[in-house]
Design a protein around this ligand. Sequence first.
Ligand code: KG4
Length: 295
Amino acid sequence: MVSDAGPAAPVLGIETSCDETAAAVVVSGRQIRSSIVSSQVDLHARFGGVVPELASRAHLELVGPVIAEALGEAATDLSDLAAVAACRGPGLAGAVLVVSGGHTLLVTMQAHGQYRVVGQTVDDAAGEAFDKVARHLGLGYPGGPAIDALARQGNPEAIHFPRAMPGEPDFSFAGLKTAVVNHVRQHPDAALADVAASFQAAVVDQLVDKLAAAADEAGAPTLVLGGGVAANSALRERVSTLAADTRRRAFLPAPALCTDNGAMIAGAAWWRWQADGPTPLTDGVDPALGLPLAG
Ligand code: KG4
């Protein structure tokens, strides 16, 4: 939806692709006036993962109040908005039983909207591995923050878990998850903090090694992290160090902007809108929506 408001007018971004109902008001794709996130974590926690049908119903109930709060906090009226941006994919769709496991993608970006996928996971996404390992260790859902916290008390070199697909741009985390499960089965007395720290180190090593190789190959001057796992403290530290060591810039979004939020939708929509104009309201949800790739 687009109004006659000028280019500096605010965009309302709405995010409902998974288990957060979120809305934000963002000006010029960059200035966040408000960002409201209502998490459904408690609703899904007892199932150990997101239940799409429950998520849809909760989004319906929450989206109105969340939008009202975002507009209120930004002191913005609906009529002030330049555009409304809603996430149409990838993720869950109300009537489709697709359970998105998240993504692990290594992408080079030339400019806004110009992406090339360099590598991706051949099985589980990194966030999925965090969630599955955490569930196995009895740490609850979502697993990433719980493992991140527990790992701080553990020794990342206590157990050597495999770093899959060395020398290749693609990722694999399913074997690592199995290795953790087997280790805990064989060593029931293992200190959970050491298991968490060693598992996390294996994930971070794999991510950062491939990031470093891809950045070298592409001659990329800048490293950018995005997505829920970008909130991981060990990953953030390693990427900051890599950037400093190789004289690159690193953009690490604030942790609250790594997990699902409306500001990223409004921000991304701003650049899309400048390039392609508005999306027709007849365009439906696409649970498997991919990045627009450069040829
Ligand atoms: O991007 P995101 O919010 O949601 C979708 O994939 O839709 O990512 C969620 C993922 C979950 O797997 C969660 O466990 C993980 O991000 N995550 C983390 C951390 N915070 C969230 N993983 C590792 N360390 C964290 N601190």
